[in-house]
Design a protein around this ligand. Structure first.
Ligand code: MSP
Length: 510
């Protein structure tokens, strides 16, 4: 088991404001980073996110905004950084591809591969889809349009530089087969393997003539060309955490056999990550650590359709957070859809989770427990040992509580597909048992019948459950965990307002 954890999100295109899809990857990555910090130690986790700032898409958006590309990205990147702050994203670093440290590394990478003969010049003739920044051959087009996005393509003929992907195809297939956790979930792994079995890889065009596109990193060996934005972007994962020495050897505290690397991405950018990226690393003689995973999550849809500006159905994470609160939003994204699958996003679905899991289950357990401590013990937590409780439901709860960390621990790793849903379900299993316990025990009767010892034990057990729950939800809902810990205190409670006051669905939609 590696003792360090390096986790990344895609670096986001800063051509428009962030939407819920972007926030999903960051919230999932943040939860994993927090979980691994608990497990391995604060200093043994590195969480990187950032922004992808070059390329035609950005140039076009800047032109439309009548700003220079640099001015434009400087502006939009603030929105992303602001959102991550607001969502409690605990990234250790934020890389921008316009930073000197990144540009230097990309140029070094190009130089090494060029000298090695893995990058060569050739004439390119074919079709180009600007929004996707992808070249297509005539026979790949669908009805004369881009096979990925369906938009128009333009005919292009120019001299460019190419990276020898084809040369490494066999190596890659073997690598993927030998490392079952390299691409997760399994469906994505199979998708990549069958793509590689059915297609011979074409070498990758990694340049654009600067006269057509000025906004990019110049090739060190050809100033008339800039680097293809995907080639530039992928390198962020190494440029942010290390550097090459004069001999072309890469070193980083976050890359090596003792590091577990996780690139969290959306399913739409699987091919670049599962094919280009390992080949680039291998060509650079950078060893892929034994525990390295590319995990592709699914998409958030609106009524089964893709979000798009033209449909006008793009949901802003800020609006959701303002309406429902940060932790509700985080909980919903992690809980409502199995990680890896697509899901439908709707406010009704959030409200359902909120009123059920958060208000009725967790909020109620905390509130009723604090109320009883106030009522029966003037706010002092009963000082009593619960280890010798032997009664039925209470014993089950103690058992469940003890088992929870062992049950949940392994679920947040590659082999289990970072199963947030199952982890939260297990925590809620404990919460629900505790709520049932309250209903069955009828503490008001214990009080009436002067069963003081039983009442103390009963309340103390609820306190222990809540403490366990607060610890367990910390990576996913850090604020709620903090607020529970504050309200509960160590021996005297500080009861605040209910954590999740129920939402009236009708009013909320009005
Ligand atoms: N810049 C590239 C990534 C380069 S990484 C070296 C890029 N950027 S992006 O801003 O377009 O998308 C970033 C991520 O957001 C992708 O992983 C994408 O899957 C994710 N999402 C975008 N829309 C999404 C949804 N509707 N739902 C979930 N995630 C989706 O691609």
């Amino acid at each position: 088991m590696a003792n360090k954890f390096y986790i990344t999100t895609p670096i986001y295109y800063v051509n428009a404001s962030p939407h819920i899809g972007h926030s999903y990857t960051c919230i999932a990555a943040d939860s994993l980073a927090r979980h691994y910090r608990q497990k391995l130690g604060e200093n043994d986790v590195w969480f990187l996110t950032g922004s992808d700032e070059h390329g035609q898409k950005i140039q076009k958006a800047a032109d439309e905004a009548k700003l220079s590309p640099q001015e434009f990205v400087d502006k939009v990147v603030m929105q992303f950084k602001g959102l991550w702050g607001k969502l409690d994203i605990s990234n250790n670093d934020f890389i921008r591809t316009t930073e000197a440290r990144h540009i230097k590394t990309v140029q070094k990478v190009l130089e090494i591969l060029h000298e090695k003969g893995d990058i060569y010049q050739d004439k390119y003739e074919g079709w180009y889809c600007t929004p996707c920044e992808t070249f297509w051959m005539e026979l790949q087009l669908k009805d004369g349009k881009c096979p990925d996005c369906g938009r128009s393509v333009e005919k292009i003929s120019e001299t460019n530089y190419f990276f020898k992907l084809k040369k490494y195809q066999e190596w890659l297939v073997k690598y993927i087969k030998d490392n079952p956790n390299f691409i997760r979930p399994e469906t994505r792994r199979n998708e990549v393997l069958s793509f590689l079995a059915l297609n011979e890889l074409a070498d990758l065009c990694i340049s654009r003539p600067s006269e057509r596109l000025g906004w990019g990193i110049p090739l060190p060996f050809s100033p008339e060309h800039v680097t293809y934005v995907w080639f530039d972007a992928l390198v962020n994962y190494i440029s942010a955490v290390g550097s090459f020495d004069a001999k072309g050897k890469y070193s980083s505290p976050w890359w090596g056999p003792d590091v577990n690397i996780l690139h969290l991405i959306g399913k739409d950018i699987l091919r670049q990550h599962a094919i280009y990226w390992p080949i680039i690393l291998h060509a650079l003689d950078i060893e892929l650590p034994k525990e390295m995973t590319i995990f592709a999550h699914g998409w958030w849809l609106i009524a089964d359709a893709k979000m798009s500006k033209s449909k006008g159905n793009v949901v802003s994470p800020l609006a959701m957070v303002d309406k429902f609160g940060i932790d509700t939003y985080r909980y919903f994204l992690l809980r409502d859809v199995p990680f890896g699958m697509d899901g439908n996003f709707s406010e009704d679905a959030i409200i359902k989770r909120f009123n059920g899991d958060l208000a009725n289950d967790l909020g109620n357990l905390v509130y009723r427990t604090l109320t009883m401590i106030e009522k029966y013990y003037q706010g002092n937590i009963p000082d009593i040992n619960i280890n010798n409780i032997h009664a039925g439901r209470a014993k089950d709860i103690i058992e469940k509580m003890k088992l929870l960390p062992n049950k949940n621990g392994p679920l947040l790793c590659a082999g289990f597909d970072f199963n947030f849903g199952a982890v939260l379900e297990n925590i809620w299993g404990l919460i629900n048992s505790a709520n049932k316990y309250v209903e069955e025990t009828k503490p008001w009767n214990l009080a009436k019948e002067n069963k003081t010892e039983e009442l103390k034990q009963f309340i103390r057990l609820l306190v222990e459950v809540i403490r366990e729950v607060a610890g367990a939800i910390t990576p996913f809902m850090p604020r709620t965990a903090e607020s529970i810990k504050e309200q509960l205190g160590s021996d005297k409670i500080k009861k605040g307002a209910p954590l999740f006051p129920r939402i009236d669905a009708k009013k909320s939609n009005a």
